[in-house]
Design a protein around this ligand. Structure first.
Ligand code: ADP
Ligand code: MG
Length: 695
């Protein structure tokens, strides 16, 4: 392998390259633009574009694209070559500032939820200069936002950038009250990515994996993950070759891939990058998912990013580690050591506690997909109930604040009187122990674990940034007019924690007892996407997003509709696939086996040998096949009913209550069949093949 330093970022038009290649003045202007997160100054666009093109061409690029993130959740690109004809019939390579800064694309085939009428099918893309351009497979990719003619966001980046700005504004207000001279605050994110690797030929032999990304049928293998021997276990040679290659490809793109290891389930792995500014972390996570799949392909493997590829086996998520950093190099969730720093830390902590409690449903909604429903609440992943884990040390501090515990709280006159005189050292160990919590404080950041493996992390961070901005806004409104800042702050923190402590839970979040307890506490338990999405466009949420300039009501309604549609479509494809599998493969395979068993039985009878076993098997398999077939017929009938429902929301409930349940019944019969039909006859690789197949 080449020197890591040499390859890292070698395909990125980053600060290093800009400083080297741009005229000094242009570089300074651009740099300033980037640091304050503003759109690029038109006056320098041509120079930047031309320099970018020269650099890209030197590295073998022939095309450029505005790389964007439509609401499908995956990235989109349309390639244009740099060539431009000149009068003598030859071509020159060109890339103008205009082409860099703005693009126009026929966007009618991307979901818009009614925002973009077909007569106004144009969508526009605009460069996000805070995220560096890069080269991917000979194409210069410009990270862009995507919006409609009317300026409505049609993508995941636009609201993310808006939410980062909203958070910045409110954080600065609060920091100012603490006398801090901070010019910019940004949320930071490190997204740990889980995935499965399976052999490509086995993947290709399963329609369910091909069409839906998850297995719709499949009996449990004799060995699952009960031995816990996979987690952090040594890597199989093919996997380690894949990871090495993956790291190298990601490094070239400037993605800070840091840690690679096996995860809980067999064939499951994880990649953790080093955290970055949120919008870059989001771009990089998209790239990571894309590169993972491409590199896997090269190794004759397939990388599964579905949240629950295998029933009964750990699902895959993304741990979204989130914090707030300032331009002065401080992490606002670092408890600090002086009483003043402690008070500031407690203020931001209280803001997060309030935000998570008041907007629990939004945290559930931003991770709500058909795939993630199989993971959340499946007794081994984060539950569908949102709660927070803070660790013993912090909980003790909060308790002391609520009860005015004199031993704990320093109430001296001379010293800053908020919170505790000195916070106890928050040991990372104490905060990282609870792996069952959906939202855990891990020493100096929050780990939101409900995000699905295939999700864009943008939605989750739009919500996190916005709800925390809202808490901070309310805090600032109150503190800015306080006569005595210290006293008011103390009261504010005490009140906030007292009011929202119901969201804090340190026990086992997977347990049945917690479900009951959470209900008592009045917490939401939104088990499915259908249940969650109904809460999205409530007055409260519309007001929240509008106030901070993240979404207009129109944008929210369109997004709501798109989310419902994606859910319904996902279930529709799954239903069609399982019908096909049972009718085309499972039932025929079972019948062929029955036919051969019957032949054996007939032969044995002629010889006067007992056919009890054959008869038993024939009866059992015939019976199960018939039941599976009837269950498919029921699903088909229900699909006809579903087609008559023309409201997306009603359809989502029908999918959840009827279609998915029909599929579960079919699956039971199919899995029973799989267990007794001879392996040679079974049409698909089994769970054992898939999970233990990669050597
Ligand atoms: P652990 O192994 O305990 O989960 P790590 O230190 O390995 O903790 O971090 C896990 C992820 O959290 C990494 O992606 C890391 O970069 C990220 N992370 C660490 N500090 C921050 C922070 N201040 N803001 C956002 N993410 C962070
Ligand atoms: Mg983690």
């Amino acid at each position: 392998m080449a020197e890591i330093q040499e390859i890292f970022g070698s395909l990125v038009f980053d600060d290093r390259v800009m400083r080297e290649r741009l005229p000094k003045e242009t570089y300074e202007i651009l740099k300033k633009t980037i640091s304050v997160g503003k759109p690029i100054d038109k006056s320098i666009a041509d120079v930047v574009a031309s320099s970018m093109k020269d650099w890209a061409v030197e590295l073998g690029a022939t095309h450029y694209t505005h790389w964007f993130q439509p609401l499908t959740g995956i990235t989109a690109e349309k390639h244009d070559s740099f060539i431009s004809p000149v009068s003598d019939g030859s071509v020159i390579l060109e890339f103008s500032g205009k082409e860099l800064v703005q693009g126009e694309s026929d966007a009618s085939s991307f979901p818009s939820g009614g925002l973009r009428n077909t007569f106004e099918a144009r969508g526009y893309t605009a460069w996000d200069p805070t995220s560096y351009a890069f080269i991917k497979e000979g194409v210069l990719c410009i990270p862009t936002a995507f919006y409609s003619y009317g300026g409505e966001a049609l993508d995941k980046k636009t609201p993310l950038l808006r939410s980062m700005e909203a958070l910045n504004v409110q954080v600065l207000r609060v920091l100012k009250l603490f006398g801090k001279d901070v010019k910019r605050a940004t949320s930071t994110v490190g997204a740990e990515q889980e995935y499965f690797l399976v052999e490509r030929d086995m993947f290709d032999a399963r329609k369910d994996l091909i069409f839906t990304g998850r297995t719709l049928i499949g009996a449990k293998p004799p060995k699952g993950q009960e031995m816990d021997d996979h987690y952090f276990g040594s890597l199989k040679p093919r996997v380690s070759a894949f990871m090495k290659d993956l790291d190298e490809e990601l490094w070239k793109l400037g993605v800070t891939a840091k840690t690679e290891h096996n995860e809980g389930a067999p064939a499951q792995h994880e990649l953790a990058p080093i955290y970055e500014t949120t919008n870059i972390a989001a771009d990089h996570n998209q790239l990571t998912m894309e590169v993972m799949q491409k590199v896997a392909h090269k190794h004759d493997l397939v990388c599964l990013l579905h949240e629950k590829p295998f029933a009964g086996v750990n699902g895959s998520g993304k741990h979204n580690n989130w914090s707030i950093a300032t331009d002065t190099g401080k992490n606002l969730f670092n408890p600090g050591s002086s009483p003043m720093d402690n008070a500031q830390f407690l203020t931001f902590l209280a803001a997060v506690i309030k935000a998570v409690d008041e907007y629990q449903e939004l945290l559930r909604i931003c991770v709500a997909t058909a795939g993630n429903d199989h993971r959340l609440g499946a007794a081994e992943a984060p539950p569908a109930i949102v709660s927070m884990f803070l660790g013993e040390d912090l909980e003790a501090v909060l308790d002391a604040i609520i009860t005015d515990d004199e031993n704990y709280i320093h109430k001296g006159k001379e010293e800053f009187n908020v919170g505790v005189s000195v916070l106890p050292r928050i040991s990372k160990d104490a905060t990282d122990r609870n792996r069952t919590s959906p939202f855990a404080f891990t020493g100096n950041k929050f780990e939101f674990r409900m995000v699905g493996a295939s999700d864009s992390i943008s939605d989750a961070n739009v919500v996190l940034n916005t709800i925390v901005a809202e808490s901070l806004r309310q805090f600032a409104d109150r503190l800015e007019v306080a006569d005595n800042f210290e006293e008011e702050l103390h009261t504010l923190i005490k009140e906030t924690i007292t009011k929202h402590k119901r969201i804090i839970f340190s026990g086992n979040s997977y347990s049945k007892e917690w479900e009951k307890e959470a209900e008592k506490r009045g917490l939401y338990n939104l088990k499915t996407t259908a249940d969650a999405l109904t809460h999205f466009v409530s007055d409260k949420n519309i007001e929240l997003f509008a106030r901070h300039g993240i979404f207009t009501e129109v944008e929210m309604r369109s997004r709501h509709d798109i989310l419902l549609e994606i859910y319904n479509k996902t279930v529709r494809i799954e239903a069609r696939t399982i019908i096909d599998m049972i009718k085309q493969d499972v039932v025929p395979a079972s019948l062929y086996y029955v036919k051969d068993l019957s032949e054996i039985a007939a032969n044995k009878k002629e010889l006067g040998i007992s056919v009890t076993l054959e008869t038993k098997l024939i009866k059992k398999i015939s019976d199960l096949a018939a039941k599976a077939y009837s269950a498919v017929e029921k699903l088909e009938a229900d699909r006809l009913k579903l087609k008559k429902i023309d409201d997306n929301e009603k359809a989502s409930f029908f999918n959840k209550d009827v279609i998915l349940k029909d599929m579960a019944v079919i699956r039971e019969y199919a899995d029973e069949l799989e267990k007794i039909v001879a392996k040679d006859y079974w049409p698909y690789p089994t769970y054992a093949d898939l999970l233990f197949g990669v050597k």
